[in-house]
Design a protein around this ligand. Structure first.
Ligand SMILES: CC(C)(COP(=O)(O)OP(=O)(O)OC[C@H]1O[C@@H](n2cnc3c(N)ncnc32)[C@H](O)[C@@H]1OP(=O)(O)O)[C@@H](O)C(=O)NCCC(=O)NCCS
Length: 309
């Protein structure tokens, strides 16, 4: 018999789910690494509820205790034309190890099966509880990413992009080309995400694009700065030179913040460029897929919001 009742998060649950995300993640990381992930208030981690409800209404599953309806676990998912992504998944520390995460994961796997689509997610390689949960349930790690930071120093972020193309702020009119580039290079379609980011109703997003001299899109890179989420991505770039130009542009735009960036570990030339600028590694993540996997042909930078890659 199932111990917890599954339901969809409603707007009335935002504060409870925001606190759950904050408490669960910080508890796990403080126990295992000594450091918190969210150095903000539980109120501010409601960002995941508000942004995801705007992007994918009704796509957060929660587990409640049958006795008093307390939410013990939550999981966001993101249905896209090409795949289903699993977003942030949290269990209350009092309920760790009782199958709550497996119950939510199986519900999302079932949604993927019904749609005939692969399920994808990004998970920490330092968190063996989450890695094992996904791995035991058929997910295969397909790409490794390094969580990096660069020093908040404008002079280290200078880059003359003029010999490769033209960088500028992205506009809503760029969505179509961004969707096409990522679809051609990575086989996924995320038009809803890019439209959401460029509409920027919450005022937290910024996107840079780079075009060649004939106006062809060479890459794009978004960034988000909020107390609960300070990160570059999502991004898709055709070369390490383009990636370096866009990374420097977004980091300069965000100074004095130091957003996190997820850099593919297989992209040695880009890593060399970032190390030369003083980048350091904080953690490792892996992009996992259950079902058909299409290997990206360019440099991709996933993000934890929206976690839809
Ligand atoms: C990671 C997390 C979601 C796991 O939740 P949970 O409810 O304790 O997990 P479950 O009990 O459902 O399942 C864990 C599974 O992994 C298995 N497992 C855990 N560690 C393992 C290991 N080292 N080797 C093999 N299997 C392992 C368990 O046996 C269990 O498998 P089973 O269901 O087949 O028996 C929870 O610890 C959490 O919320 N952590 C903080 C936030 C976080 O890290 N979220 C995930 C990334 S978004």
């Amino acid at each position: 018999m199932t111990e917890f009742e599954i339901a969809r998060m409603s707007v009335a649950d935002f504060s409870e789910v925001g606190s759950l995300i904050h408490n669960s993640t910080n508890y796990w990381y403080k126990e295992h690494t000594g450091n918190a992930v969210f150095n903000c208030s539980p109120r501010e981690t409601e960002l995941f509820c508000t942004e995801y409800e705007a992007l994918d209404p009704g796509c957060c599953l929660v587990l409640r205790t049958p006795s008093d309806g307390t939410i013990v676990a939550s999981c966001f998912y993101h249905p896209r034309p090409t795949h289903i992504s699993l977003g942030i998944l949290n269990v209350h520390p009092d309920y760790f190890g009782r199958g709550a995460a497996r119950q939510l994961l199986n519900a999302v796997i079932e949604i993927g099966s019904q749609c005939g689509l692969p399920v994808r997610l990004v998970s920490s390689l330092m968190n063996l509880d989450s890695f094992s949960l996904y791995n035991r349930n058929g997910f295969i790690p397909r790409a490794v990413f390094q969580d990096m930071v660069l020093p908040a120093d404008a002079t280290r972020l200078q880059f003359d992009a003029s010999r490769i193309g033209d960088t500028r702020d992205a506009q809503l009119g760029d969505v179509e080309n961004m969707v096409r580039l990522e679809h051609e290079q990575c086989g996924i379609d995320r038009h809803a995400d890019f439209r959401h980011i460029l509409n920027n109703r919450a005022g937290i997003w910024h996107v840079s694009v780079m075009n060649d001299t004939r106006g062809r899109l060479l890459g794009f890179l978004a960034s988000c700065v909020h107390p609960a989420h300070c990160m570059l991505g999502p991004g898709c770039m055709l070369s390490d030179e383009v990636a370096e130009a866009l990374i420097c542009r977004e980091l300069r735009y965000r100074l004095p913040h130091q957003p996190l960036l997820l850099v593919p570990s297989a992209q040695q030339p880009l890593l060399a460029r970032l190390y030369a600028r003083g980048a350091t590694n904080l953690e490792l993540h892996t992009l996992q897929c259950r079902g058909e996997w299409i290997e990206p042909q360019c440099i991709v930078m996933p993000s934890f919001l929206p976690e839809s890659m």
